[in-house]
Design a protein around this ligand. Structure first.
Ligand code: NAP
Length: 339
């Protein structure tokens, strides 16, 4: 089977040529586990840091040996577990860039393949969707009358944040995204009230106009600078979810500019800031997927995908993701849903 590994250890932003394809024997089905055919592979921004050993203390994969880590949706081809049989569908955070994976009990969730399109379990119903739901409902406790601002809004986290906010009663939902094409996804596909293109001069003034009464919740995916802009537009008692720093993941530590926390603004506005790590919410995944699966069926929750077919195309799509050039959720379909 095919597996994609690192060609060499990394210490800078990954590019497609940093990866190498290997041909290795298909793994055995473990005694207490399952063998899975990988169908959809999720590419996520944190993997860029993970490959350099800079994500939550997790070691990078061994170059030329181990698969690049990644969440997957796959079909069980062999099972040594009660309650799981050939043909069942699972989602796992321990899949990786490979055609087959052996998984031990506890390393996956069983899926209902009729709940929603299978690839959505890599995005809107997968880890990015759970992140969005956890931050906006469990931490920020969004509800009636809220005005929500979220950036990286064309992506799976940002796009889902805004839509869930609307479903839960938010009055106004505004996104920030890079470029007209992404802003069109935010307003036309996700149905936000407005999207501000931060690549255009004067965007901060446009943002103020889009938030005439200020914001009550902001959801930060990109940078401390952006969070400061959000705080400037915040009402008193605003809540802020600090979810990601996409603009900083690939910056070398010596090039980082210290960014002072605007303590006076936070205190003066009595703002509450929540750090979010999705791991804390894995126990609620089925609850979230049940709720969000229904929203998809009812046409209330949309998702955009930037999809490539074939494992060999993962490195190029990953390079685009690292440069913020993805349009929606980056997904690789490794093998067809119907084998
Ligand atoms: N805390 C957690 O547990 C957790 C879990 C999952 C995800 N996250 C974070 O949530 C954020 C969104 O994730 P996602 O999967 O939905 O990603 P995504 O939106 O598909 O991709 C990241 C986006 O960040 C923006 N960006 C801004 N500056 C960038 C730069 N210098 N380089 C690359 N991208 C840049 C780009 O959008 P624009 O062009 O629109 O700016 C890019 O498309 C990320 O920061 C991710 O790490 C956190």
């Amino acid at each position: 089977m095919k597996l994609i590994s690192l060609r060499h250890p990394l210490n800078s932003k990954p590019v497609a040529s940093d990866f190498v394809e290997l041909d290795i024997p298909t793994p055995e089905c473990p005694d207490q586990g399952i063998l899975v055919r990988v169908v959809h592979l999720s590419l996520d921004p944190y993997i860029g840091s993970r490959l350099r050993g800079k994500h939550m203390g997790e070691a990078p994969p061994t170059p030329g040996v181990e698969a690049i880590p990644g969440a997957i949706v796959g079909e069980v081809v062999q099972s040594n577990l009660d309650g799981l049989s050939k043909g069942d569908w699972i989602q796992s955070m321990e899949g990786g860039w490979q055609e087959f994976v052996s998984l031990k009990e506890g390393a996956f969730r069983k899926l209902d393949p009729t709940q929603a399109p299978l690839a959505s379990h890599a995005g809107v119903l997968g880890m990015p969707g759970l992140t969005a739901w956890a931050g906006i409902t469990q931490l920020a406790n969004v509800g009636e009358g809220d005005t929500v601002l979220v950036n990286a809004a064309a992506g799976p986290v940002g796009g889902t944040v805004g839509q869930i906010a609307r479903i839960k009663g938010a009055e106004r939902v505004v996104g920030i995204a890079g470029g007209a094409e992404k802003c069109a996804i935010v307003t036309d596909t996700y149905g936000f009230d407005a999207c501000i293109d931060y690549k255009i001069d004067g965007w901060e003034a446009e943002l103020k106009k889009a938030l005439p009464d200020g914001l009550s919740i902001f959801f930060e995916n990109v940078s401390a600078d952006m969070a400061i802009t959000a705080l400037d537009n915040a009402r008193t008692y605003a809540r802020g979810v600090l979810c990601g720093l996409a603009a900083g993941y690939q910056v070398q530590s010596q090039d980082r500019v210290p960014n002072p926390l605007p303590m006076g603004t936070i205190i003066g506005k009595r703002a509450q800031l929540f750090g979010l790590v999705v791991y804390d919410f894995y126990s609620k995944w089925d609850e979230f997927a049940g709720e969000a699966g229904k929203w998809i069926q009812d046409g209330k929750l949309a998702f955009a995908e930037d999809r490539e077919e074939g494992l060999e195309n993962a490195p190029a799509l990953f390079e685009r993701l690292m440069n913020g050039q993805n349009r929606g959720k980056a997904v690789v379909t490794v093998s067809p849903e119907k084998a």
